[in-house]
Design a protein around this ligand. Structure first.
Ligand code: PLP
Length: 417
C-alpha cells in the first residue's frame, strides 16, 4: 500500500458508522480491544455458515476444510512474527493464558526455592500475577526492575543489577499499556541470556502496532492477543522456541494433545498440538488469519508511521490543556513510544473525564487499567485516563477528544471543582 488511506480503511469497520450518545462513535480505547473489520467478521460467519466442523478429526470434506483454514492461520501468525515454523505457534485464549502457560509449564520446571524471577514495575497484571502464583508455589523470589528517573522507561542500570541475582526467568512487556513506552526487549533479552535466564516477552501492546521479529528480539517466548489486533476475542498466541517447547511438559491434558493413551500413561502429540488440549477456538483461529491478512495488506511499517502521526498530534494538543499531565514520553514522541496516551487532569477524576467524553460519543479508558503497581506506586495515583489509537482513528477524532477534555476543564472550573 503506497498511501495510507484512513477513510478507505474505516469503510471496512461497520461499528465506526454507529453512534454513541447521539454522536458518531470515536473509539479511542484500542489498548483494551480493537474493532473488527468486515473481512474478519465475514471469515467467522462463513465458517459457521459454510463449513462448521471440528478440526483434526473428520475424514469428511468440511472438517478437512475447517482444519486447513485453522492450521493455515498459524502459518500466517508464524510468518507475521518471523518464527521458524508453526511448531512454535501455540493458540491460547489470550496473552494472559499464554503467560500462565509459560509460568505453569517452564516456570514450574525451572523455579525452585529461592530462585529468582524478574519482571518490571510497568507490567500488566497478567504479567505479574502468574509469577506471583509461581513464586508462592515454589518458594521462589519475585523481583522487579524499576523505572528511570523520568518515570517513562525502564532503568537499564537496574536491569543489569537485578540480573546479577541470576534470575531463571525474565518476563517483560514489550510496550507498556499505561505509558506506551517501547522497551528495548532485544537488549534486555541479550543481557538476560548472558545470565542464563529464559526471556518471556509480553507482546499484547506491541504485536498489533509495530513489526515484530522474534528472531531479531531473540526472546524465548512471546505472548499476544488476537482481540487487540482485529481478530476475534478468545484467540491468543504463545510463541515459544522449538527446543524449549519440545522439552516442556504439557500443562493441560485431554484430547488432541496426545499421541497414545494407556490406562496409566500417555504420550504427546507433536508441536504445537501438545499444548492445545481439547477442541480449540476454531473460528477464532480462522479470524486471526483474516486479521493478519488485513494488517499485512496495510503493512506494519505504514501502520506504525500513521499511528505515530496521531500520537504526536494528540500529545502536542493535550500539552496545551491546563492541569493536564501525560505519563510517559512526551518530547520527541516519535521515539520509543506508541499511541497509548495516559493522562490526568488536576482536580478532575479520570472516571469523570471518561463520562464526559462518553457523552460526546468518545470512548476512552479510565482506572488502574490492570497495572496497579505502576499506577499506584510509581505514578502515585489510583487511576489515570487513557486514549489509545489504532489503524482507523483520525486526526479529527483526536481533535474531538481534545475539545471534549477542554470542555471538561471548563465545566469543572465553573463548578469550582
Ligand atoms: N499485557 C498487556 C501489556 C496488556 O495491555 C494486556 C491487556 O490489556 C494484557 C497483557 C492482557 O491481555 P488479555 O486480556 O488479552 O489476556
Amino acid at each position: 500500500m503506497t498511501e495510507y488511506n484512513v477513510e478507505r480503511i474505516r469503510e471496512d469497520f461497520p461499528i465506526l458508522k454507529s453512534k454513541m450518545n447521539g454522536h458518531l462513535l470515536a473509539y479511542l480505547d484500542n489498548a483494551a480491544t480493537s474493532q473488527r473489520p468486515n473481512q474478519v467478521i465475514d471469515s467467522v460467519t462463513s465458517f459457521y455458515r459454510e463449513y462448521n466442523a471440528n478440526v483434526h478429526r473428520g475424514i469428511y470434506s468440511i472438517s478437512e476444510r475447517a482444519t486447513e483454514a485453522y492450521e493455515e492461520s498459524k502459518l500466517k501468525v508464524s510468518k507475521f512474527i518471523n518464527s521458524e515454523s508453526i511448531k512454535e505457534i501455540i493458540y491460547t485464549r489470550n496473552t494472559t493464558e499464554s503467560i500462565n502457560l509459560v509460568a505453569l509449564g517452564k516456570g514450574s520446571e525451572c523455579i525452585g526455592k529461592d530462585d529468582h524471577i524478574l519482571i518490571t514495575m510497568m507490567e500488566h497484571h497478567s504479567n505479574i500475577v502468574p509469577w506471583q502464583l509461581l513464586a508462592k508455589r515454589t518458594k521462589g523470589i519475585l523481583d522487579y526492575v524499576g523505572l528511570d528517573t523520568n518515570g517513562s522507561g525502564l532503568d537499564m542500570e537496574n536491569v543489569k543489577e537485578m540480573l546479577e541475582k541470576e534470575p531463571k526467568i525474565v518476563s517483560i512487556s514489550h510496550v507498556s499499556n499505561i505509558l506506551g513506552t517501547i522497551n528495548d526487549v532485544k537488549e534486555i533479552s541479550k543481557l538476560a541470556h548472558k545470565h542464563g535466564a529464559l526471556v518471556v516477552v509480553d507482546g499484547a501492546q506491541s504485536v498489533p502496532h509495530i513489526k515484530i521479529d522474534v528472531k531479531e528480539i531473540k526472546c524465548d517466548f512471546l505472548a499476544f492477543s488476537g482481540h487487540k489486533m482485529l481478530a476475534p476475542s478468545g484467540i491468543g498466541v504463545l510463541y515459544g522456541r522449538e527446543e524449549i517447547l519440545e522439552e516442556m511438559e504439557p500443562v493441560i491434558g485431554g484430547g488432541d494433545m496426545i499421541r497414545t493413551v494407556g490406562m496409566h500413561d500417555a504420550t504427546w502429540n507433536d508441536l504445537p498440538w501438545k499444548f492445545e488440549a481439547g477442541t480449540p477456538n476454531i473460528e477464532g483461529g480462522i479470524g486471526m488469519g483474516a486479521a493478519i491478512d488485513y494488517l499485512g495488506r496495510l503493512g506494519m511499517e505504514n501502520i506504525e508511521a500513521y499511528e505515530r502521526k496521531l500520537t504526536e498530534h494528540a500529545i502536542a494538543k493535550m500539552k496545551n490543556i491546563p492541569g493536564l499531565r501525560i505519563y510517559g514520553i512526551t518530547d520527541g514522541a516519535n521515539i520509543g513510544r506508541i499511541g497509548v496516551v495516559s493522562f490526568t487532569i488536576e482536580g478532575i477524576h479520570p472516571h469523570d473525564l471518561a463520562s464526559i467524553l462518553d457523552n460526546d460519543g468518545i470512548a476512552i479508558r479510565a482506572g488502574h487499567n490492570c497495572a496497579m503497581p505502576l499506577v499506584r506506586q510509581i505514578l502515585n495515583n489510583n487511576a489515570v485516563a487513557r486514549m489509545s489509537f489504532y489503524i482507523y482513528n483520525t486526526i479529527e477524532e483526536v481533535d474531538r477528544a481534545v475539545e471534549s477534555l477542554e470542555r471538561a476543564v471548563a465545566i469543572f472550573k465553573r463548578q469550582g471543582g
